[in-house]
Design a protein around this ligand. Structure first.
Ligand SMILES: [Zn+2]
Length: 96
């Protein structure tokens, strides 16, 4: 039992953790599994490192999102207004 526990920290094997790691970081798995993953990461250096890498990638992607420029926002607004008014052919084909 102790051997098994050592092999499966938190009740999950490393393979199982890797399978759900992405969803775990996205908060898309159930609380019970998330709890198991959390305890696995506490006990397993390899998976903890792996999770750290994923997390860094995710946060670097998140910080790359620049604040929307006011001018871009305005032209986007007028574009959707024209779209609503039927001024823009959404088929992309001009037939007049
Ligand atoms: Zn592991």
């Amino acid at each position: 039992m102790l051997k098994l526990f050592k092999r499966k920290p938190g009740g999950l094997s490393c393979g199982e953790v890797m399978e759900v790691l992405q969803s775990y970081l996205d908060g898309e798995i159930d609380a019970e599994t998330a709890g198991k993953v959390t305890s696995h990461l506490d006990l397993c250096v390899d998976c903890d490192l792996e999770a750290g890498v994923y997390d860094r990638i995710r946060s670097s992607l998140a910080t790359r999102t620049e604040p929307v420029d006011a001018g871009v926002l305005r032209s986007l607004e007028s574009f959707s207004e024209r779209l609503m008014n039927g001024e823009i052919d959404t088929n992309g084909v001009d037939n007049d």
